[in-house]
Write a protein that binds this ligand. Structure first.
Ligand code: KIV
Length: 264
């Protein structure tokens, strides 16, 4: 059965963890969804892992639509979430036009990075039938404002603000919240506060779902490995085996473990 937003809500209400992974082409979309991954994210991380840039900023709508179409062809029933690239949702009008393009290409949900300033845009998208994931915490499109890829929400004021933003974006219509690189206690607090399913990456094991970048969990991304990444291929004998091990570890909440978690 195909995964929908209702499936994710059911997982949350039953306390069952669900898995998400990035994929950018039809073959990996097939492999990932066959392995039982619930959500495929066509992340703008493709700017880094496919295109070799040092940030996600150069990714365009044309790139995103190309990869969403490919993933939609290979998908075997996962929910397809597509990133809205940098400045494709600078105004609500742009967001509506660009989100419609991603949905026409085969996405079931779009993901936007930002905080309370996105409320009106999320409401407009949601009112017009476009499911939205709101990405909080370390939002890579803001790397130049953050001055680097840094854990967010470490002090009490920032943490309280992130809880408020999650509540405001949920009230505006966000169906899913994604938290990247936040201390685990804060991610737990947000997961328990909002009704929407919360997906974490570098956010501890208590979020409703987990996501990783495919190339990271296969251990093939060049350079320094972030703390929250585990190489699942190291202990498997195939790519399929590594992805199955990831799905299993997420369901059993054995991943992420303490070593992959920011505590404060
Ligand atoms: O672009 C991406 O792959 C993402 C994940 C890191 C969550 O946004």
């Amino acid at each position: 059965m195909a995964v929908t937003i209702n499936t994710l809500r059911d997982f949350k209400s039953k306390g069952e963890a669900f898995s998400a992974l990035t994929a950018y082409d039809a073959t990996f979309s097939h492999v990932v969804s066959e392995a039982g991954v619930d959500v495929i994210l066509i992340g703008d991380s493709l700017g880094m892992v496919l295109q070799g840039h040092d940030s996600t900023l150069p990714v365009t709508m044309e790139h995103m639509c190309y990869h969403v179409r490919a993933v939609a062809k290979g998908n075997q029933g996962a929910l397809i979430m597509a990133d809205m690239p940098f400045m494709s949702y600078g105004t609500t009008g742009q967001a509506l036009d660009n989100a419609a393009e991603l949905m026409r290409a085969g996405a079931h949900m779009v993901k936007l990075e930002g905080t309370d300033w996105m409320s009106d845009t999320i409401k407009a998208l949601s009112d017009r039938g476009i499911p939205v994931c709101a990405h909080l915490g370390l939002t890579p499109q803001f790397v130049n404002k953050f001055g680097g890829y840094k854990v967010q929400g470490r002090d009490e004021k920032q943490a309280d603000q992130m809880v408020d933003h999650a509540c405001q974006l949920e009230a505006a219509g966000a169906d899913v919240i994604l938290l990247e690189c936040v201390p685990a206690p804060l991610a737990t607090r947000i997961t328990q506060t909002v009704a929407a399913p919360v997906i974490g990456i570098g956010a501890g094991s208590d979020t409703d779902g987990q996501v990783l970048v495919l190339h990271d969990m296969l251990g093939i991304t060049p350079g320094r490995k972030p703390r929250f990444v585990k190489n699942f291929l190291a202990e498997a004998d195939s790519v399929q085996g590594a992805i199955a091990a990831y799905v299993d570890a997420v369901k059993k909440r054995t991943f992420p473990s303490e070593e992959h978690t920011f505590k404060a």
